[in-house]
Design a protein around this ligand. Structure first.
Ligand SMILES: [Zn+2]
Length: 201
């Protein structure tokens, strides 16, 4: 499928949004999930990864082969990358052209070593915790290259709810995902539609 990203890694995370809700948001790609650790893409509202320790924890859930050795330098780089991905996602969801300086940031990280894929079943024990945090950034940046490339055209969208701006990659087969989350916005829209119908009767 054209929109294939790093699904084997699993996507989605808990979000604490500015409206006080705690909810599960699957942004559809590792790169987008990563961007949301910095907040809601344009402001730090709802930031979940504030420092190197939290970055190590976030990596540990998705990249078990990465050693938890991120320090301030890695966190600073991570913040640079996630801000670029977040702003690009906003632009892509609105059909705007992507800022060359942001594209350069993604390309810079994508050109660094990523986490190498490992085939199970070898005689030698594959190294555990053998990758560095910067390799996780390389992997995330490569996911961003696929995310913002031509293959995902039109599938980076904003939630259809009027008062919600969460951006996701629609990975559904039918391509008709409308909500950041069914539980959060999908059901609210259904309830509103139901009330409107009831009021009309
Ligand atoms: Zn929404």
């Amino acid at each position: 499928m054209a929109t294939e990203t790093l699904h084997s890694r699993g996507t989605g995370q808990w979000i604490d949004s500015s409206d006080g809700q705690h909810w599960w948001f699957d942004a559809g790609s590792v790169a987008l999930d990563f961007a949301y650790t910095g907040g809601d893409l344009t402001t730090p509202e709802g930031e979940t990864v504030h420092d190197a320790r939290e970055l190590n924890e976030w990596f540990a859930e998705r990249f078990p082969e990465v050693a938890p050795t991120a320090g301030d330098r890695e966190f600073t780089d991570a913040r640079t990358l996630r801000e670029a991905i977040g702003r690009l996602a906003r632009q892509a969801s609105r059909g705007e052209s992507l800022s060359p300086d942001l594209v350069d940031v993604v390309n810079l990280f994508a050109a660094t070593p990523d986490i190498p894929p490992v085939l199970a079943g070898g005689a030698r024990q594959a190294g555990r915790s053998s990758a560095r945090p910067h390799q996780a950034l390389g992997t995330i940046a490569r996911d961003a290259v696929r995310l913002f490339g031509p293959a995902a055209g039109g599938r980076i969208r904003e939630c259809s709810a009027e008062d919600c701006e969460y951006v996701y990659l629609d990975t559904s087969r039918s391509g008709n995902r409308r909500w950041c989350s069914m539980q959060r916005c999908g059901n609210r829209a259904k309830v509103r539609a139901h009330r409107a119908r009831a009021a009309a009767n």
